[in-house]
Design a binder for this molecule. Structure first.
Ligand SMILES: Cc1cc2nc3c(=O)[nH]c(=O)nc-3n(C[C@H](O)[C@H](O)[C@H](O)COP(=O)(O)OP(=O)(O)OC[C@H]3O[C@@H](n4cnc5c(N)ncnc54)[C@H](O)[C@@H]3O)c2cc1C
Length: 430
C-alpha cells in the first residue's frame, strides 16, 4: 500500500487525501493548527454553523469538489442561488446571473442589453479566451465598453475573480470563467447541507486507512537523491513514498531545501500576490430577508449572502446567518489605518445591502485577511505563469492549493489543483 504524507489539512489537502485514501493509499495528514479546514474552517456557535466568510463553489455540480465527492462515494448536491441584487445609485436592482436576467435588469439601458448579449455569445464561443495578458480595463477600452456593462464587468471581476481592480484582472481568465458558467449553466452554488458534511466525509475517508494529526507542524520535506522520502515533524522523520504540500506555495516552498530548487523558483513562488479583503459574518436574531441570491453593492464593490437561506440548518429556527465580503488589496491589509477604514466601508455596504440589519445583530465576526485566495488571477499571475503541481527537478513531491497552476479563479483553483495532482500521482482522471 503506497504511503502518502500530506502537509496541511486545508480543504484541498483533505480533498486529495480522501481521493488517495479511497484509491487505497495509506494517507497521513499533518496539520499545524488544532483544527482542520485551513481558510475554509468551520465555526459552530450558539446553534449557528459559520463558514469562514462567504464560501460558494463556482460551477456547483460541475465543480472539482462535486467530482471528488462523487468519486469517494459521498455525492454532494448543490443549491443554485435565487435572484441576485445590486444596490446601486440609491436603490436595489436585479443583478443578472444568466443571459435571461439581462432583459429584466435595469442595470443596463436597452442598447446595453443588446450589446451585452452579443458579448456573452462571443464569450461563450471562447472568442476572448486568449486575452490572458490583457487587463480587463484594457479589454473594455479596446471594445468601447462603458456605462452599465462596465459596472456589470466590474462586479464580475470583484466577485468571480475576487479582484475589484479591473486594471489588474486578466480579461482572458475572467472570460474563461464566464464561458464555463455559460456552457455549464452553473454559476456559484452552495453545497446542500453546507460544508460540515463534506469536511466530515473527507476526514472519515482519510482516517479509515490513515491518520490525521492536528497541532503538528511539518518543519521540512526530506529528500534523498532528488526524491521526497518523508517529512520532518515534531523532531522526527516520518517516511512516505510521496509528499503533498498543501500550504500556499508562497509558504510551501520554504519546506523544500533551497539548494534542490531551480534558480529563481522560490523567489517566484514567494512573490505571488494573493487576493485580500475584509469580511463580516453576522448572526441575526430574526428573519430579516428572504433573499437567496447574492447581494452586491457598488462603491465599494462588496457582496454577500444570507447563508442560512441557502441551507436552513446553518442557523437556529427563526434566525439568520449573513455574510458580506469586500475584496481589496494586499497593500491595504498591511496598513492598520486603512484596514479600519475598509471595515467601516464594509459596514456601510452591509447597511445598504440589508437596511436595519444592525438592530437584529446577535453577534458578529469581522476579519481582515491578507490572503483570501492564494493568488489574484491578474495579468502577471495567469495559470500559465504559476508553479505547477510538480516541483521542477524533484520527484515524489507535489503542490496542491489555490496558488498553483490550475484553471479557475479564487478557491476553485485549489480544488482543480487536486485533480491535476491526482492525475500526476495515479495517472487517473475523474
Ligand atoms: C473569507 C474567505 C472567503 C472565501 N470565499 C470563497 C468562496 O466563496 N469560494 C471559494 O471557492 N473559495 C473561497 N475562499 C477561498 C478558499 O477558502 C480557499 O481557496 C481554500 O480554503 C484554500 O484551501 P487550501 O487547502 O488550498 O489552503 P489552506 O486553507 O491555506 O490550507 C493549508 C493548510 O496547511 C496548513 N499548514 C501550512 N503550513 C504547514 C506546515 N508547515 N505543517 C503543517 N500544516 C501546515 C495550514 O494550517 C492550513 O490548514 C475564501 C477564503 C476566505 C478566507
Amino acid at each position: 500500500m503506497p504511503k502518502t504524507i500530506i502537509v496541511g489539512a486545508g480543504i484541498n489537502g483533505l480533498l486529495l487525501g480522501a481521493l488517495l485514501a479511497h484509491e487505497g493509499d495509506e494517507v497521513t495528514v499533518f496539520e499545524k493548527s488544532r483544527i482542520v479546514g485551513g481558510r475554509a474552517f468551520l465555526l459552530e456557535k450558539g446553534g449557528f454553523v459559520l463558514d469562514y466568510g462567504i464560501h460558494l463553489t463556482r460551477f456547483g455540480p460541475k465543480s472539482a469538489v462535486a467530482a471528488i465527492m462523487k468519486r469517494i462515494g459521498h455525492e454532494v448536491g448543490f443549491r443554485k442561488l435565487g435572484a441576485s441584487f445590486v444596490h446601486d445609485g440609491g436603490r436595489m436592482k436585479l443583478f443578472p446571473t444568466s443571459p435571461g436576467g439581462i432583459f429584466k435588469s435595469d442595470l443596463f439601458s436597452l442598447g446595453e442589453k443588446l450589446r451585452i448579449l452579443g458579448l456573452l455569445i462571443a464569450i461563450k464561443r471562447g472568442r476572448f479566451d486568449d486575452c490572458l495578458d490583457l487587463s480587463l480595463e484594457e479589454w473594455m477600452r479596446e471594445h468601447g465598453v462603458g456605462g452599465g456593462i462596465r459596472a456589470y464587468f466590474e462586479l464580475v471581476s470583484a466577485s468571480v475573480m475576487v479582484c475589484p481592480f479591473v486594471e489588474k484582472t486578466s480579461a482572458g481568465e475572467m472570460f474563461r470563467n464566464l464561458r464555463k458558467v455559460l456552457v455549464t449553466g452553473h454559476s456559484a452554488e452552495y453545497p446542500v447541507g453546507g460544508w460540515k458534511p463534506i469536511h466530515r466525509a473527507l476526514v472519515d475517508t482519510i482516517q479509515k486507512r490513515g491518520a490525521l494529526h492536528t497541532g503538528t507542524r511539518v518543519e521540512s520535506v526530506v529528500f534523498s537523491g532528488g526524491r521526497a522520502v518523508g517529512v520532518k515533524a515534531g523532531g522526527k522523520i516520518h517516511r512516505a513514498d510521496r509528499v503533498v504540500v498543501n500550504a500556499p506555495v508562497q509558504q510551501a516552498v520554504s519546506l523544500i531545501p533551497a539548494k534542490l530548487l531551480p534558480p529563481g523558483y522560490a523567489a517566484r513562488c514567494r512573490k505571488l500576490v494573493p487576493t485580500s479583503g475584509v469580511f463580516v459574518d453576522a448572526a441575526l436574531d430574526s428573519v430579516v430577508s428572504p433573499i437567496d441570491g447574492l447581494i452586491y453593492t457598488t462603491k465599494p464593490a462588496a457582496y454577500g449572502c444570507i447563508t442560512s437561506n441557502l441551507s436552513p440548518g446553518l442557523a437556529p429556527e427563526g434566525r439568520q446567518l449573513f455574510t458580506m465580503f469586500y475584496p481589496t488589496s494586499l497593500e491595504d491589509m498591511r496598513d492598520r489605518a486603512i484596514v479600519a477604514k475598509r471595515k467601516k466601508e464594509l459596514w456601510a455596504a452591509v447597511r445598504r445591502a440589508l437596511p436595519g440589519v444592525e438592530k437584529h445583530l446577535l453577534w458578529k465576526r469581522e476579519c481582515a485577511l491578507a490572503m483570501i485566495d492564494g493568488v489574484q488571477v491578474n495579468v502577471d499571475q495567469t495559470e500559465d505563469k504559476r508553479p505547477g503541481v510538480r516541483v521542477p527537478g524533484l520527484d515524489g513531491v507535489y503542490l496542491v492549493g489555490d496558488s498553483v497552476a490550475a484553471p479557475g479563479a479564487g478557491g476553485d483553483v485549489g480544488n482543480e489543483s487536486v485533480l491535476l495532482a491526482f492525475r500526476e500521482i495515479t495517472g487517473k482522471g475523474l
